[in-house]
Design a protein around this ligand. Structure first.
Ligand code: MN
Length: 324
């Protein structure tokens, strides 16, 4: 995971007239052996609520391939949200966690002042201290999301939590799973630090519904699989639709088999400075965190076979204050 190329300009895609929404296209980024669709950060929109990083990857066949293989690397100032549509991924971190995740489950890592972790697709040779599942899905499909921690919480202790089941509700034909915050009465138990929403909407049949929104939140919505119409805008994978705050609903229509993600939150009042895997406020914090990683101060990630990631060279020009 790297955000050193986050300044790439992405053109807006025109949306129908009389529409205050913004539609942008993902850019491709390479994470290990995976090519991902990176939708946030945008040059002119560094965050949506506290969501500051949105990657969508797959579906990709991992049979005989490495799949996801992200060596140990550090984080500060954020939560990582791992959510799968298909496949099996093993998380390990410097707290000693080892957690296999399946679709419909949440891995939530809160870095606080600092943590290191590794993530990899489960293969027949992946070391596991716990019993190995009888079968693993050879297709990998998921999202990797970051949530910025507010200034009052970002120096706290690191933590990891796994939620094996999450609350679901139906909105017409949409099976709604809230993995962060609350949507339509489904309330996630996941730890949050700002008013926030992260939800999956899976169309079990052709579905059309006015999805309720918190008008205090700005939102983005994207399609991971299938096609959808959101407020008269057609969406396919790789499109990110931004909905400004002030809306109490959004009309979402989708064919059977479509999966969408709805992310939102109260617009951040704080300016984030993101570099590589760090979310900070000042260039000095970034330089300190980089040096701490290079000298081993984040601690080892046990169980991962392979070398940790090296931090890229620090280019001060990259650390200018963000536009937002
Ligand atoms: Mn990471």
């Amino acid at each position: 995971m790297s955000t050193v190329e986050a300044d790439v300009e992405v053109p807006d895609i025109p949306v129908p007239e009389n529409n205050d929404l913004e539609l942008t296209a993902a850019r491709n980024a390479v994470v290990g052996d995976l090519t991902v669709r990176r939708m946030l950060p945008l040059r002119l929109r560094r965050s949506v609520g506290a969501w500051c990083f949105v990657d969508h990857y797959g579906p990709t066949d991992t049979d005989g391939a490495a799949g996801m293989r992200v060596p140990p690397h550090p984080h500060i100032g954020l939560q990582t949200v791992t959510w799968l549509l298909r496949g099996n991924v093993v998380h390990r971190d410097s707290l000693g966690s080892e957690q296999l995740i399946r679709p419909g489950q949440l891995n939530l890592m809160t870095s606080g002042r600092g943590i290191a972790h590794a993530e990899e697709s489960l293969t027949q040779t992946t070391p596991l201290t716990r019993p190995r599942p009888a079968a693993s899905d050879p297709v990998l499909h998921g999202v990797q999301l970051w949530v910025a921690l507010p200034d009052t919480s970002r120096h706290g202790s690191p933590a990891f939590e796994h939620h094996s089941t999450l609350p679901q509700t139906m909105l017409d034909g949409f099976a709604v799973t809230a993995f962060m915050g609350e949507l339509a009465g489904a309330n996630s138990p996941a730890t949050t630090f700002t008013p926030i929403l992260g939800a999956e909407l899976a169309a079990r049949r052709h579905a059309s519904h006015a999805v309720p929104l918190n008008p205090d939140f700005e939102h983005v919505i994207f399609v991971a699989e299938g096609r959808a119409e959101v407020n008269d805008v057609s969406l396919e994978p790789g499109h990110l639709l931004y909905l400004p705050a002030g809306r109490s609903q959004s009309q979402v229509s989708a064919a059977e088999g479509t999966t969408l993600f709805l992310l939102g939150g109260v617009p951040l009042a704080e300016k984030l400075l993101m570099w590589w895997n760090f979310v900070a406020r000042t260039a000095q914090e970034i330089a300190t965190a980089r040096a701490a990683w290079q000298t081993g101060e984040f601690g080892p990630v046990g169980g991962y076979r392979g070398d940790p990631l090296q931090a890229p060279p620090l280019d001060p020009a990259r650390l200018r204050p963000p536009a937002r």
